[in-house]
Design a protein around this ligand. Structure first.
Ligand SMILES: [Zn+2]
Length: 112
């Protein structure tokens, strides 16, 4: 019935603008079944890493990751949204954090 989530994510990644795909070369895309309890209830994904706007001296050699929360994304999409669009928006939102943008700068209501 439901599409394999990782395959849908691959399709979305392949459909992104070249600039976004290039930035994502530096970011590992992970899928977790649910959001952790410490995340805000509206969160569909999270960026784990250090924004490129951080001063170089504060950089740690940690991998950048975007973690997509499959259950929350599927339940959100069940309200009449295309899961591909929800995944794409979640990835682009977290990519915004990689570029150092705040929620105010991104102008949306996503929680994480
Ligand atoms: Zn955010």
């Amino acid at each position: 019935m439901a599409d394999e989530f990782d395959e849908v994510v691959e399709e979305v990644l392949a459909s992104l603008e070249p600039e976004a795909r290039q930035a994502l070369d530096n970011i590992e895309i992970m899928i977790d079944p649910e959001r952790p309890d410490y995340m805000p209830p509206g969160a569909l994904a999270v960026f784990n890493g250090i924004p490129i706007t951080f001063p170089h001296r504060l950089r740690l050699p940690v991998p950048n990751q975007i973690v997509l929360f499959e259950g929350p994304i599927r339940r959100y999409a069940a309200h009449g949204f295309d899961v591909r669009v929800v995944i794409q928006e979640a990835i682009l939102h977290e990519l915004g954090h990689y570029f150092g943008l705040t929620h105010a700068e991104m102008g949306d209501k996503v929680q994480a």
